[in-house]
Ligand binder design. Structure first.
Ligand code: MN
Length: 372
């Protein structure tokens, strides 16, 4: 369905942009009309994306990848993303000062989606010069994040309708655009991650939207037994050639981990990308020997990225190793069927990881030897 909805919109937005930059330039009144088409078009695209996203969640087909996620990092990213919107509305945003010790069990991309949605609502439905205060409280079991606004607040009868799709609670005629899908999606996502979401509100004072997720600890490199032995071994150079490795991963903690492992191999250079599309671009331009691919990525996922890499004659020969928190046998099977060279599950076991990498480098070397 997504293709059918997006294609006509592509034409509308594409040609409107062409007209916008045409020469001779449009007259002022034409320009005004084009701006209207573009504004409505981009907004419609946003709506379609939201509705499609909700449809995927409702169908139960959403792939969630739960891992240990640093709240400090995610909050910083959200702050950077939402800051301009706050400024535009004249709303003061306050975020907690984290040390790097808050970790939750969550799908990183989806956690960000929930946070951005709640923050964006708190900004949109606030009063002029209002404030938004983000707070965080954790026990060893659960972590609660709350977002307090100074908006109009909601009476009890409206609170009960809050998490229903397309219910904008009388905001239909306000200047703010929205579908009311955001809160429904946030609720579904939080629940899929094993959490709860709720709201408290006082009319005339404002609302507090909160959600709770399971607390987690920092992912660390386990240095016991075989792993420690594997890393303590002298690292034999694999021939004289320098190998390049591309890691496509959106979670900085996982990237750091692999960086630490690879740092012990002076003959391997690591590059990284934070989403599938930039990963594909780097693969095409830099021709790494091996690619490591997270499955759950923002935008296109790792399986889709693999498909694109395999169809492209410039990248089809590069072995791609999946590294994913989706560790069910079915996930692994699906991954291997899709054509991954190996499928490694998180948390990474160093031995298994290095073995797969060695095999992939070997494969890559044989392949390039065939070519020359
Ligand atoms: Mn990921």
């Amino acid at each position: 369905m997504s293709h059918e909805l997006r294609s006509p919109l592509n034409a509308i937005l594409g040609f409107a942009q062409l007209m916008d930059t045409d020469s001779p330039p449009a007259t002022p009144s034409q320009k005004e009309s084009i701006d209207q088409i573009l504004h409505a078009g981009w907004y419609l695209l946003e709506l379609i994306n939201e509705i499609l996203d909700l449809a995927v969640i409702e169908s139960g087909k959403l792939l969630l990848s739960e891992e240990s996620v640093s709240l400090a990092e995610v909050m910083l990213e959200c702050q950077a993303m939402i800051g301009p919107q706050g400024k535009k509305h004249g709303i003061k945003l306050t975020f907690p000062q984290f040390d790097n010790s808050y970790f939750v069990r969550a799908d990183r991309t989806r956690l960000k989606q929930v946070l951005i949605n709640l923050l964006s609502n708190a900004i949109k439905y606030n009063q002029p010069e209002g404030t938004v205060i983000v707070d965080c409280a954790a026990t060893p079991e659960r972590t609660r994040i709350s977002i307090r606004d100074t908006g109009a607040g909601l009476p009890l009868e409206k609170l009960t309708q809050l998490f229903q799709p397309f219910n904008r609670l009388g905001q239909e005629n306000s200047a703010e655009e929205g579908t009311g899908i955001g809160l429904v999606m946030s609720k579904r996502l939080v629940e899929l991650m094993g959490g709860v979401i709720g709201v408290e509100s006082t009319v005339g004072m404002g609302s507090v939207f909160w959600f709770e997720l399971a607390s987690d600890t920092e992912p660390y490199l386990s240095m016991e037994g075989e792993d420690a032995a594997a890393l303590a071994e002298p690292h034999v150079l694999r021939g004289t050639r320098l190998h390049t490795l591309l890691y496509v991963e959106d979670n900085p903690a996982n990237l750091k981990l692999v960086e630490q492992i690879i740092a012990r191999y002076p003959d391997i250079r690591l590059m990284s990308a934070v989403n599938g599309n930039s990963g594909i671009e780097i693969a095409r331009s830099s021709q790494p020997n091996v690619i490591l691919m997270d499955i759950n990525l923002p935008g296109i996922n790792g399986l889709e990225a693999l498909k694109i890499l395999h169809l492209d004659p410039t990248t089809t020969h590069i072995p791609v190793i999946a590294i994913s928190a989706n560790a069910m046998p079915l996930d692994v099977e699906r991954g291997m069927k899709a054509g991954f060279f190996r499928y490694i599950t998180k948390p990474i076991r160093v031995n298994e990881f290095m073995e797969a990498l060695d095999l992939a480098l070997e494969f890559a070397r044989e392949h390039s030897d065939d070519d020359t």
